[in-house]
Design a protein. Sequence first.
Length: 74
Amino acid sequence: MLAQVAKELELDGEALRFSYNVFENYGNMSSPAVLFVLREILDSGRPQPGQKGMLLAFGAGFSAFAALMEFASA
């Protein structure tokens, strides 16, 4: 799924490194994995105020969630 998202959105491997890290460490947790990815991003200190990101979650069957977000200052 991650490889297809990267292909369709023309993202490099670095853009999805937090997602790959979560799947490597925790396995496929279905849609809740997105919250673990968000936590890794926030813990890394990488998002700067005004940067944008997209959360995509795919659950059992054909459930999907997408959110565009903009990081704010702490």
